[in-house]
Design a binder for this molecule. Structure first.
Ligand code: NCD
Length: 307
């Protein structure tokens, strides 16, 4: 990791980058939780441009910048910008980049958009999700969460469940996990939502052990982590969504059937695939996971700004 770098894909992270960011996140967390007011990013400006809806990613970047003592300018909803008059996101970014932000965070429905933004902009660009492709900072907070629970990532058995085809958190998390020895990935999904070829090809190249499953029952008792994802409704045909809706649900009653319950993670938002009665289990980690996102993003911003 170095100052000024773009973060476009989780494939950029080495194991030592991830460990560096986790350690820094832990240090920043201690300082923030002890009540210290950080001024590390004082005078620096983060620009957040989300062309797709977002709660956690957008707001945790903004909170992270605020807690580092910096400022954020947000694009706001598209309807309030000249894109409502037909301006392209590229022209929008080129303009804002000329105002000299220190860092830009972008999300867009098109795969490859963040890479294009990085070519247009002088400021470093962080990919906060480009269509079905990738969501590298989500993967950082996911791995940070696993590390906080188990004290290591190596050797963990991680089940990734749900929409593995259109879910960008799945590809980025798979790539990030591939840095750690003896990790086993179990993909659990309806057949038509299995992970994309390009993702499995990279895991093969990196000699990661993985298996594909259609039923969670087959594998749940082997898992340390069960990472549930929603159907990416906005990326599929309406009839596909209707057919697959409700085809996998993790509930309290379902989990209680097993002697061993893995920790339950979810990038959120959840819809129907993870019921709210699971929240009362000690294994429910998804809100903790969202909280971890704040600290890992503080670490990432600090590193890229070089402050
Ligand atoms: C995810 C995303 O946007 O890809 N949300 C998030 O950033 N936490 C997951 C999703 O939308 O399903």
């Amino acid at each position: 990791m170095y100052r000024g770098m773009d973060v476009l894909s989780a494939l950029q992270f080495s194991r030592s980058d991830i460990e560096y960011l986790i350690n820094l996140a832990e240090e920043l967390r201690r300082r923030v939780e002890s009540g210290e007011r950080l001024e590390l990013a004082r005078g620096r400006i983060l620009f957040t441009a989300f062309f797709e809806p977002s709660t956690r990613t957008r707001l945790s970047f903004q909170f992270a910048m605020a807690k580092l003592g910096g400022l954020t300018i947000d694009l706001g909803p598209e309807e309030a910008t000249s894109m409502a008059k037909g301006e392209s996101p590229e022209d929008t970014l080129r303009t804002v980049d000329s105002y000299n932000p220190d860092l830009i965070v972008v999300r867009h429905r098109e795969p490859g958009f963040a890479a294009r933004a990085a070519q247009i902009c002088r400021a470093p660009v962080i990919n906060a999700g480009d269509g079905y492709n990738e969501h590298p900072t989500q993967a950082l907070l996911d791995v940070y969460t696993i590390w906080r629970v188990f004290g290591r990532v190596e050797g963990t058995r991680v089940g990734l469940m749900g929409d593995l085809k259109y879910g960008r958190t799945i590809s980025s998390l798979s790539y990030t996990l591939s840095n750690f020895r003896d990790v086993e990935i179990h993909y659990i999904s309806p057949r038509e939502l299995q992970p994309r070829e390009e993702v499995l090809k990279i895991l093969d190249q990196r000699r990661v052990k993985y298996e594909l499953h259609e039923k969670l029952d087959e594998v749940i008792e082997k898992l340390d982590v069960l990472y549930v994802t929603r159907l990416q409704k906005e990326r599929m045909k309406p009839e596909e969504y209707e057919r697959l809706k409700g085809s996998y649900i993790v509930s309290y009653d379902y989990l209680k059937k097993f002697k061993h319950i893995p920790i339950i993670m979810h990038p959120l938002p959840r819809v129907w695939e993870l019921t709210t009665d699971v929240d009362s289990l000690p294994q429910a980690m998804y809100f903790e996971q969202a909280k971890n996102g704040l600290y890992i993003r503080m670490a990432l911003i600090k590193t890229i700004l070089g402050v």
